[in-house]
Design a protein around this ligand. Sequence first.
Ligand code: AMP
Ligand code: FES
Ligand code: ZN
Ligand code: ZN
Length: 321
Amino acid sequence: MTAQPSRCRVCKAPAVIDLPRHNANFCAEHLVQLCSRQMAKAIEDWEMFTPDDRLLVAVSGGKDSLAVWDMLIEAGYRADGLYLGLGIGEYSDDSGGYVRRFAASRGLKLITIDLRDDYGYDVPTAAVATRRVPCSACGLSKRHLFDRAAIEGGYDAVVTGHNLDDEAAVLFGNTLRWEIDYLGRQLPVLPAANGFPRKCKPLVRLTEREMAAYCLIRGIDYVVEECPIAAGNRHLGYKEALNEIERRSPGAKAAFYLNFLNKMSPLLAEHTASARGDVGSCAGCGAPTTGDVCAFCRLVEKSSTHEAVPVEIVLDTRIRR
Ligand code: AMP
Ligand code: FES
Ligand code: ZN
Ligand code: ZN
């Protein structure tokens, strides 16, 4: 018996991808349509932004953030890009190249910040200087600089490319440890508050595999390698565990995350509201903080005076977990 070629659920043309969680196959055109519709549904359901808003898309050079920028522009939104050079060796040089080429090919505005040139440090150096896990020094720098760029540029919201796989893995980790405070804040949109800009994740209904297919179809070149520092970390382990569950029970990953948002988040909202502390302004940079000087300014002070540490040292010493 010869296997039937799979057909697109919508138009019956030969399919390019099978999506077990939708129990369907799709051709290139209808996969792109599915992605755009899922993004539109997320934007609408969580009231992320409107076409009047000015958006700042944080683009890493990976598939998700380039895809979300592309989809937002296609959908008629006003979206500029922001790339942060983290100084993680060749990985950062390559990533920056993909972002710049994407922006140039479409005539889009791209803001670039380089940790080494603009703040006198890079992620490997910050990790050693502050004795933080590198991903934590990196995350702190990203959050602070995304927020600052959005506020200074007068943008209405910061957009990131976090997808369903990312969010489900973070949820899995937070649930394993019952991190109630983190769970309470794990939402696809965080409203502007206390000097922080609004933050949105329009890809939370889409998977990594769908975004990779989207980029392939749309001819978007992206950096395929993962960050070398993150390789083997806990977060990737959670992703693998969820993929195994998904393989046995298609749709389980989306149900885990989306049902959390619908059923559990509202129950946590009260807890989160009461846990909010008083927020003042950082004496160094004016950013919102609960102390006198914000964590970012403290990190810059220690890291920019430290001798530069090459990424290989951080990889070798394996202090990253
Ligand atoms: P990650 O923290 O690497 O999982 O990335 C999550 C999201 O943060 C990406 O989808 C991007 O939107 C954003 N992002 C990560 N790294 C950068 C970067 N170097 N520059 C700008 N945005 C970034
Ligand atoms: Fe931040 Fe790898 S991207 S440590
Ligand atoms: Zn089709
Ligand atoms: Zn500060």
